[in-house]
Design a protein around this ligand. Sequence first.
Ligand code: PLP
Length: 431
Amino acid sequence: MTDLTQNQPGHTAQNPGDQLLDLTLHDGSGADWLTRYGSSLLGVFGTPQRVLVRGNGCTVWDADGKEYLDLLGGIAVNALGHAHPFVTSVITSQLATLGHVSNFFTSPTQIALAEKLLELAAAPAGSKVFFANSGTEAVEAAFKLARRNSAPAADGKPARTRILALDGAFHGRTMGALALTAKQAYREPFEPLPGGVEHLPFGSIDALVNAVDETVAAVVIEPIQGEAGVRPLPPGYLQAAREVTTRAGALLILDEVQTGVGRTGSWFAHQPSGVVPDAMTLAKGLGGGFPIGALVTFGDAVSSLFAPGQHGTTFGGNPVATAAALATLHTIDTTGLLSHTHDVGAWLREQLAAVGQVTEVRGEGLLIGFDLDGDYAAAAVTEALQQGFIVNAPTPHTLRLAPPLILTRHQAATFIAALPGILKTAKDVTP
Ligand code: PLP
């Protein structure tokens, strides 16, 4: 079998943990691993497509030694690709210095990251950050924040019991985030969900304006709906949402778990609109592959809604996760990755639009969805894997790309060259 320890930055014979990792890397083919997976892991994800054993930049390798161009980046997570030397070194140094403290204490990396996020978000004075470990936890914190905006008005006005989200929304799998998520198949098996959530027709400013009044605690919106197939909001929607929520005293909460941290070519996808939200959730790309989530609250009033003790987490904001995020933000900042993401994304979308079987291309930066002229996206994912490309199919007729932001135009071009063949085969094999 191929020596899978080759070309693996940081994995040298000197590392004391090598023996354990070598077992992991060498003990079995992909098929062997999948058999073991089937008898040891809960079947919530179905059968994994491949067993991946290592990565470097935009490339990953499976247990059988096959190489792939990763155009999905762990679903918008591996912002700097795999095994990024700077992120790896910062994580390693921090872990070797101080790995975890409880939230009875803090650490310099936690504070520095909160300050950096507030600076990048151009958040007004009094803005604050809460750290979690994932997207759904960041959304859960936002949901509780909305409830804190729900107290009945002193003058006898009705309580703010309603939280509005959009059709097609995906906000996560824990109960509060699931209540905000629209898809029935995800929701129904777990009802009753936390109450008060209503879903509005996607993109209808009229529906939004009609729905928002003083009974609404918050409106929760993704600037681009990733899981729904990379659907951007229509122009003017965010501005209308800001106007109507401000007027009604409702919070405008933007879920930037998928769109944030440079993914769309801006630090945060809402920024080009000029809208300042009341809160923003982050996760995915923030840690460059290391798990971390965050809730950013804008301004003093919103940042004071939680009293001490009303929310918390054991791991959230730990020194290693916050160091990983600092390293990721620093690298994006100092290597010009925002404009690179913008440029490569624009080029990729232009090229995709010229492919025969592609009917529509959407997205910003390197969050891209494109529709096919039929429901054969699943077969296209399989054929792309055969040909050495990782993509995904959020809907039966849509493919999504969310590659590392370091993707080069040359790498993108290899996919564009292969795509017509991939789509032709996929269409032919789909009944
Ligand atoms: N919010 C959005 C917009 C997402 O895209 C996701 C995940 O895809 C989540 C929340 C949930 O994040 P996580 O899977 O880290 O819990």
